[in-house]
Design a protein around this ligand. Sequence first.
Ligand SMILES: O=C(O)[C@@H](CO)OP(=O)(O)O
Ligand SMILES: [Mn+2]
Ligand SMILES: [Mn+2]
Length: 548
Amino acid sequence: MLQKSAFFPGIQGPIVTIVMDGYGIAKSDVGSAIAAARKPTLDHLFANHPNITLRAHGTAVGMPSDEDMGNSEVGHNAIGAGQVYSQGASLVAEAIASGSIWQGAAWQQIIAGAKAGRGVIHFIGLFSDGNVHSHIDHLRAMILRANEEGVPVVRIHILIDGRDVPETSALEYVLPFEAFLAEVSRDGFDARIASGGGRMNITMDRYEANWSMVDKGWQTHVLGKGEQYESASAAVQALRVKFPGTIDQDLPAFVIASDGRPVGTIEDGDSVVFFNFRGDRSIEITRAFEEAGFDKFDRVRMPRVTYAGMLQYDGDLKLPKRFLVDPPAILDTMGEWFAKSGITQFACSETQKFGHVTYFWNGNRSNKFDGETYQEVSSDVVPFEQRPWMKAAEIADAMIEALQSGQYRTLRCNFANGDMVGHTGSFRAATMAIEAVDLQLARILPVVKALGGVALITADHGNADEMYEIDKKTRQPAQNPDGSFKAKTSHTLNPVPLILYDAVTGGKLGLRPLPGAGLSNIAATITHLLGFEKHAKWDESLLEVRQG
Ligand SMILES: O=C(O)[C@@H](CO)OP(=O)(O)O
Ligand SMILES: [Mn+2]
Ligand SMILES: [Mn+2]
């Protein structure tokens, strides 16, 4: 049990946490869809309620360096755990630097499995240096090591990014990598890219939003079915011409073939490494490789392979069984300790972010704690720039109903809009995304007030706050040769807001701007509002209570 707070008796009504995914505080209004949006509710909150900024990127959320932007996994982990753990990106880089990854049983089984079979290791994963789901340097290190350990054939299946890196940067990764593979492919070693496609088109679905993406990925990587090209760079170039305006993340699937035969189908006896360290978008393809009674699509054939993930992606489901690096052991989360203290919890989002407020929030665990209720609103499967409002209204409906039920002491939700629409690179749609969230805040907050509760409004990282690539020299939006602005589809390095919506104490509550405060300070702040002391391991509360 958490101890009752001697410092503050707690708010009588519900304590609500609202995460506006992808809402950062930009240094300048140039290129900010947030600055351009009409958002009277948020403007009023910033002007009239206590608010501070929180760090949401780099080491403040367990990334290797402060050059690393934040993301949903590390952001929600930090919020939910109240502590900062070294995250997958850091843990894998360290395991490679120290060589401990090669000593692990999983890597040795990958090598031994391949050698006992046809001598082939396949690497599948997100092909960039975005460091959100993966890093190309990790892939490079594994290929070199496989060669050193005498595995003769390596095949790489690339998921083209353009979402954590510039939107049409694929060739900046593919061309040097093809040169690298050509250079190492000698003395009987043969390493080639075998298939690929845009990450939002194949393989990397999440939260079961659209299994057909994984089906397409399976056909491409495993069965070698699809449009054939002679190399990945040829494929990207041809697809750019064939589908003008299509950004990298949406590129169609392609198969690399020689004399009409795919160069790297996945067969019995091969080893397969899924080299993403982040879990949400790795779970479905992992299930397709590991699950005996799998029924989400017709696999046609299921090769008997030695399969490993870069990390374990789900600690409750033990997915995958074999993994190269231990994931962060995220313990003593807010969800767990609230459950132990009899505090009822409600969590809601739409499919695209549902796992963010449940699985990531609870330290990458998919099982509920006692007293938790989850509600998922089904996301549409559409390009989100066409529907920037997404399911914000339905999430607000669910939150209002849950609030009015009186069953929950604390509630949380995530609005996907700023992030999912921000990732499309459409400035106009992103302003509407922010406006949609603003409109729903205007519905939820009066209900919180009427019930005598308070709300914390925050975000997990930036995105819609910078919709154009900024030219480093001029500090103005960078332009394409045709004069249009270069869209920026990735997250940002900006801090995020923490607003305390308190319309019930007559202004007694404030937020203290603790130097270096970040997302991991939110858990203790919520706990204080509930009238409890934080867990000893959690970072400090930011709540200020004025006496009198
Ligand atoms: O879409 C995703 O997978 C990431 C970006 O790679 O975004 P977020 O961290 O906000 O989920
Ligand atoms: Mn996010
Ligand atoms: Mn995102």
